[in-house]
Design a protein around this ligand. Structure first.
Ligand SMILES: Nc1nc2c(ncn2[C@@H]2O[C@H](COP(=O)(O)OP(=O)(O)OP(=O)(O)O)[C@@H](O)[C@H]2O)c(=O)[nH]1
Ligand SMILES: [Mg+2]
Length: 259
């Protein structure tokens, strides 16, 4: 692989739609790209994965074999991905000059907080990995929602230590003025703090100020990528970032061979 992008984020933010849209965009631009589905619980996928963990792991089988409910089965399934790592690795060998997009389970904790996940990322990609954290623009359009998403983003970074992109998805639902406002929050913590005061009053000001300061000092507030996966908007900026990281900005798909 040239490099990989793990798509993570809270449930329903559009991870799978973004995975499909970004893969389609890459292919439309002449790049080679595939999707690997790592979500054993996805009933519907808005793309055709080249590699699909559902061929190896069935949530229904786990529920009946281990007498588990759907949540317990999801946890067992997430850990079982490791047992199938060679299956995925062997299949990936067929795609040496490809970008590989990994779609991860809907519930963010299954990817973020299982002990196996950082190992999985490393073993599957040999450290050629980035994470696209997909946030929902509607949630992020309130200062309190935005900062909660940033804290989740920071928590993923604390687990994986790989370069990450904050994708503000579904911007078609909030309009360009709101997007511009969110970008200003990202650039200037004081503007974010003012907006937060307008939303919540002065009550939690100190708490919020300290959190924003900590995130700002840690480099977590640096850049966001506004995207509409529905309209295929914003994909080029995402591509620029990953191509910069994996190929040093060279517009080629053959620089980072495994051999
Ligand atoms: N308007 C709009 N809707 C979107 C966009 N991206 C995704 N959606 C919708 O958001 C819903 C959830 O999308 P998914 O791609 O399934 O989200 P997900 O994060 O993969 O969901 P889980 O894996 O179940 O957690 C679907 O109804 C999508 O059509 C977007 O850019 N704009
Ligand atoms: Mg999904």
């Amino acid at each position: 692989m040239i490099g990989s992008l793990f798509i993570a984020g809270p449930a329903g933010t559009g991870k799978s739609t973004f995975a499909g849209a970004f893969n389609d965009w890459l292919i439309s631009q002449g790049f080679d790209s595939i999707i690997v589905n790592l979500d054993p619980g996805s009933d519907f996928m808005p793309y055709n994965p080249e590699i699909d963990i559902k061929e190896k792991i069935s949530l229904n089988d786990i529920m009946s074999n281990y007498s588990l409910g759907p949540n317990g089965a999801q946890i067992v399934a997430a850990d079982m991905i490791l047992e199938n790592i060679n299956y995925i690795k062997e299949k990936l060998e067929n795609y040496p000059d490809y970008y590989v997009i990994f779609d991860t389970p809907g519930q963010i904790e299954l990817f973020s907080f299982r002990p196996s996940s950082p190992y999985l990322v490393k073993a599957l990609t040999n450290n050629k990995a980035m994470i696209a954290f997909v946030s929902d623009a509607v949630v992020s359009s309130m200062p309190s929602g935005y900062i909660s998403e940033k804290m989740l983003y920071a928590s993923l970074y604390s687990r994986f230590y790989v370069p990450m992109l904050f994708i503000l998805n579904k911007i078609d639902l909030i309009g360009s003025e709101k997007v511009d406002e969110i970008i200003k929050w990202e650039d200037d913590p004081d503007i974010l703090l003012d907006a937060f005061r307008e939303e919540k009053g002065d009550m939690l000001k100190d708490y919020f100020e300290n959190i924003v300061q900590a995130l700002s000092n840690s480099g977590i507030m640096n850049k966001i990528y506004p995207v509409s996966s529905k309209d295929s908007f914003g994909m080029e900026d995402v591509y620029s970032e990953i191509s910069n990281f994996f190929t040093g900005g060279e517009d080629t798909d053959t620089m980072y061979r495994d051999d």
